[in-house]
Design a protein around this ligand. Structure first.
Ligand code: 5GP
Ligand code: ZN
Length: 112
């Protein structure tokens, strides 16, 4: 199976890594939609949040904790948005779970 984000975990595909734990990795989105736009992923392949939560709920918690650590590290004291696009209607293009951490500007609501 060829997976872009597994390639980043394996350091086969370059990325700007900003945070790492035993089981998570965070790197800047190539096409940033906000002053801070970081993707947080589990190092182990899971297609989406539902799959990870079902397989290993504690691991899902680690991904959320890593997202919070990234927000803190990026100085997003005014707030930030976590996005987990799931499936085609949400526009998920990479089928390896990733949490978008978006911040550094006011976020509109509802999203597009
Ligand atoms: P999705 O639409 O699946 O929720 O988000 C996938 C995200 O991955 C997009 O925001 C896109 O810009 C980002 N992305 C796609 N390819 C790469 C890549 O090779 N490197 C990095 N750092 N981000 C990527
Ligand atoms: Zn993967």
């Amino acid at each position: 199976m060829s997976c872009l984000f597994c390639g980043i975990v394996a350091r086969e595909i370059p990325a700007t890594i900003v945070h790492e734990t035993d089981r998570t990795l965070a790197f800047r989105d190539l096409n940033a939609q906000a002053p801070t736009h970081v993707l947080v992923i589990p190092k182990d392949h899971q297609p989406d949040a539902a799959a990870l939560a079902e397989a290993d709920p504690a691991y899902a918690g680690e991904v959320l904790a890593a997202a919070a650590a990234v927000a803190r590290q990026e100085g997003l004291t005014g707030g930030y948005r976590l996005v987990l696009n799931t499936g085609d209607d949400a526009g998920q293009t990479v089928h390896h779970l990733h949490v978008h951490v978006l911040g550094g500007r006011p976020m509109g609501w509802p999203p597009g």
